[in-house]
Design a protein around this ligand. Structure first.
Ligand code: CIR
Length: 269
């Protein structure tokens, strides 16, 4: 079996703390790239409750923030902030309708972290564009994260002792992590297209089966890999490779472009 019990230490996927935010009925108006119909609030709510249970089972203490009616996408707490054991960074989402989410997430970060930094002006950066790897914090330029934001973020990461690296999100892909995620310190789950980008040369690649590209946003937490329950071939592939896969139902939230990472902020405290 590939997943090993590692000592609890700081790695890219050993976490014991998480922050999530409950969905509000306004979630039905969430942004989306493609129209697959509005999500049903009650179903989103129940999928989100299950997601919290999965995080708890994976070993996290979860802080649940109240729903925000004014921000339909605020369930995606990964985008307005970035957190590490070393401290937190408040970001500036690239989408105008989400920009106010930073101010809303700030208080819980000041409560939990000694160091809270802010993305300097100018520029935008969404947490969904940031992939933390053992060597660097990769920042994908996208429709939401621009060069100024990425450079500002690199400066803030330096203050936490971390190295940022600018990369490019393929055209038509919402966030960098929409197309890849870290399975362990040396293995990446990745779409065939992004696999050919040359970005992950030092990693082993697990390429998503054709038609299951949306499963790319998986989430490794401690011993488990969370993955959308809809993608059976990807689940089988990871299972056969020895990962401890936990299928999570996110079909309704996926209508507004959710993956597994975007609904939580995670760190080791
Ligand atoms: C948005 O377009 O901002 C939301 N509907 C989806 C955000 C997903 N976030 C993420 O993958 N980090």
């Amino acid at each position: 079996m590939k997943v090993q019990k590692m000592p609890i230490s700081r790695t890219c996927y050993h976490f014991n703390s998480a922050i999530v935010r409950k969905p509000s009925p306004s979630v039905v108006n969430g942004l989306r790239d493609e129209d697959r119909g509005d999500p049903v609030y009650e179903t989103v709510k129940s999928e989100h409750e299950d997601y919290i249970k999965v995080l708890e089972t994976a070993g996290m203490a979860v802080t649940v923030l109240p729903a925000l009616e004014a921000f339909p996408d605020s369930i995606f707490v990964e985008d307005p902030a970035l957190v590490f054991s070393e401290g937190a960074i408040l970001l500036r989402p690239g989408s105008a309708s989400r920009r106010g989410e930073t101010k809303e997430i700030a208080p819980v970060l000041y409560d939990n972290f000694d160091k809270v930094l802010e993305l300097p002006q100018p520029g935008y950066a969404d947490g969904g564009d940031i992939l933390v790897t053992p060597d660097s914090v990769m920042i994908g330029i996208s429709a939401r994260t621009d060069l100024a934001g990425a450079n500002g973020l690199i400066d803030q990461l330096k203050k936490l002792g971390l190295k940022g690296e600018i990369v490019h999100t393929p055209k038509g892909v919402l966030h960098f992590k929409t197309a890849c995620s870290l399975l362990d310190e040396e293995t990446i789950l990745v779409t065939r297209h992004m696999s050919q980008s040359g970005l992950f040369e030092g990693f082993g690649h697990m390429i998503l089966p054709e038609g299951e590209e949306p499963a790319a946003n998986a989430l490794r937490i401690n011993e488990t890999v969370l993955i959308s329950a809809r993608y059976k071939r990807t689940i089988d592939m990871l299972d056969q490779a020895g990962f401890l896969v936990v299928p999570v139902k996110t079909a309704e939230i996926e209508k507004i472009d959710a993956g597994l990472s975007c609904m939580s902020l995670r760190w080791f405290s």
